[in-house]
Design a protein around this ligand. Structure first.
Ligand code: ADP
Ligand code: MG
Length: 556
């Protein structure tokens, strides 16, 4: 027998294994979800290869996942007939951190070091893939044979501490991967077939390959998106959503459509209630929809199917209009995918518009969670009208705790003869309350939208006009335009200036201009302010001050 060779795990995996084996005591059942999902991925890969004509080993072996238990011995085996792994692949795939989500997980655990349950909760929500098996295992043996007909089988063995051993395997090994687990003393329950079936029902019900526990098939649900939407129950949608996302909540909205033109496809999409939280996590948990061609999974998290600004949407798309031998590398230029995307974008925006109309509170909640992402849609010119309707802003006319306003609501509140929707940028309400530009608007009772994020000004530029009102920065509104409106409070009379006063002011203005030099175009007297001594204004066709700040940052 060729001798085995021992490899050390990379440092980051040792750290991960240390967390997994020493600090996670709840949610351990999700190890099975991770192994079954890997088995399913491997079967998907095999089916994909077969469908594009690759010759595979054991072509007649059925595609399935077999779990066998040895209750007395405290062991179980999870085997699949998927694509398998060669010796090199075992080292590569089970020796490094494949998922970027795993790194995010570790960072989060580190950030939440004082919270004991954090690791357990996070692992439930995100999983850490194969390594989660060490939550329950004392020892793991992976025996695998790659799908290529001439591949030699190999074995990977580890107890989850510092290293793993790789060895060749003599004799017949069927195609695919078999994972043999010796359970820890306190996790023997997972050698009980009834316990395993219950876990599978919770987490793996929608796996599209048969799962057999000691020979008995446990999963029965077919590709849900292919069913007629009239036959699917809300409970099934919810279960499928939870299967897909690992979320424990129900989805905020479900979109199930079957489209025939301009391309044929079926899609089942969900909008989660909660966003993914901090940016780091969002980036780690790549966005995209799972793409199937005639039920064969072509690629997971396919970015080409949904734009980044709707990246919170999760789900699957299944089409007849693509060839099975589609190359993953050329998805980006694929015109069919682009057409599907544009239909899906309209569907999602429509759904959101309806939600905003029928349940404003739920929409407000949605905007709080996903507004950051949605705002990036200002670049989607084709859908700018729907986009404008979906935007929400803070405003001088609403109570600080009342949430945000829509542009439509602003228009309803606008004064007679008002030709603009005014806005002003500032990091917070408190900062804006002190902004001298707002004095005149306050005294005239004119509403001003408060923009708290840099992206908001880009949004204003994209929208341009809304219901015939021009979107305009309060900084750029000139006095003559505002004079047309009656003040709510009588404007204090401007005092008559004596000749001496005028001379003194002239002097002052000249000196100020000298001091400021090129930094200002002009220094002049104004009757616009009622409380502040001075303010900066932009010449009419210039950028607002916050836009200038952004441009300075960008051009650095
Ligand atoms: P992920 O599934 O997100 O890639 P995992 O840690 O779960 O991360 O798995 C790491 C890699 O190991 C997989 O990408 C795959 O290449 C390989 N792998 C794991 N389980 C199997 C399996 N049953 N059959 C084939 N390859 C597998
Ligand atoms: Mg995995």
């Amino acid at each position: 027998t060729p001798k085995g060779e021992t490899h050390e795990f990379r440092a980051e995996i040792r750290k991960l294994l240390d967390i997994i084996t020493h600090s996670i005591y709840t949610n351990r059942e999700i190890f099975l979800r991770e192994l079954v999902s890997n088995a399913s991925d491997a079967l998907d890969k095999l089916r994909f290869e077969t469908s594009r004509g690759t010759a595979v080993a054991d072509p007649d072996t059925p595609l399935e996942i077999r779990i066998t238990t040895d209750k007395d011995g405290g062991r179980l085996t999870v085997a699949d007939t998927g694509c398998g792994m060669s010796r090199e692949e075992l080292v590569d795939h089970l020796g490094t951190i494949a998922k970027s989500g795993t790194e995010a997980f570790m960072k989060s655990v580190a950030d939440n070091a004082e919270n004991k349950d954090a690791a357990s909760n996070l692992i439930g929500r995100f999983g850490v893939g194969f390594y989660s098996v060490f939550m329950v295992a004392d020892k793991v043996t992976v025996t695998s044979r790659s799908l290529h007909a001439d591949a030699a089988p190999a074995r990977w063995i580890s107890d989850g501490s510092g290293n793993f051993t790789i060895e060749d395997v003599e004799g017949e090994v069927p195609r695919g991967t078999s994972i043999d687990i010796t359970l820890k003393a306190d996790t023997k329950e997972y050698a009980d077939p009834e316990r395993l079936k219950a876990v599978l029902r919770t987490h793996s019900n929608f796996i599209s390959f048969p799962i057999l526990v000691d020979g008995e098939k446990t999963n029965t649900i077919p590709a849900l998106w292919r069913e007629s939407k009239f036959s699917v129950t809300p409970e099934q949608y919810k279960e499928f959503y939870q299967f897909l996302t690992y979320d424990t909540d129900e989805p905020l909205a479900t979109i199930h459509v079957s489209v025939d033109a301009p391309v044929q496809f079926t899609a089942l999409l969900f909008i989660p209630k909660k966003g993914l939280g901090p940016m780091a996590f969002r980036e780690a948990l790549h966005h995209g929809l799972d793409l199937y061609v005639r039920r064969v999974l072509i690629s997971k998290e396919t970015k080409e199917l949904i734009p980044e600004y709707l990246g919170f949407v999760r789900g699957v798309v299944d089409t007849e209009d693509l060839p099975l031998n589609l190359s993953r590398e050329t998805l980006q230029e694929n015109i069919v995918l682009r057409k599907i995307q544009s239909v899906l974008v309209k569907q999602v925006l429509d759904k959101l518009k309806n939600l905003a109309k029928e349940n404003p509170d739920a929409y407000a909640e949605f905007f709080k969670e996903h507004g950051q992402a949605l705002k990036l849609g200002y670049g989607d010119y084709a859908n700018r009208e729907a986009f404008a309707d979906l935007m929400r802003f803070d405003s001088s006319a609403i109570d600080p705790d009342a949430g945000f306003t829509s542009l439509a609501a602003y228009v309803e509140r606008a004064k007679e003869g008002q030709k603009s929707i005014y806005y002003l940028s500032g990091p917070s309400r408190a900062a804006l309350d002190l902004n001298p530009h707002l004095e005149i608007f306050r005294s005239k009772g004119l509403e001003v939208l408060y923009l708290h994020e840099p992206v908001d000004e880009f949004i204003m530029d994209t929208i341009g006009t809304y219901k015939e009102l021009q979107l305009k920065s309060a900084e750029l509104a000139d006095a003559s335009e505002l004079d047309a409106f009656e003040g709510t409070a009588p404007k204090p009379e401007a005092p008559e200036l004596s000749k001496d006063d005028e001379a003194a002011f002239d002097d002052f203005l000249k000196k100020t201009k000298e001091l400021l030099g090129d930094r200002v175009t002009e220094v002049r007297l104004s009757t616009r302010l009622t409380q502040s001594p001075s303010c900066l204004v932009s010449p009419d066709d210039h950028m607002t001050s916050s836009m200038q700040k952004i441009m300075r940052l960008v051009s650095k």
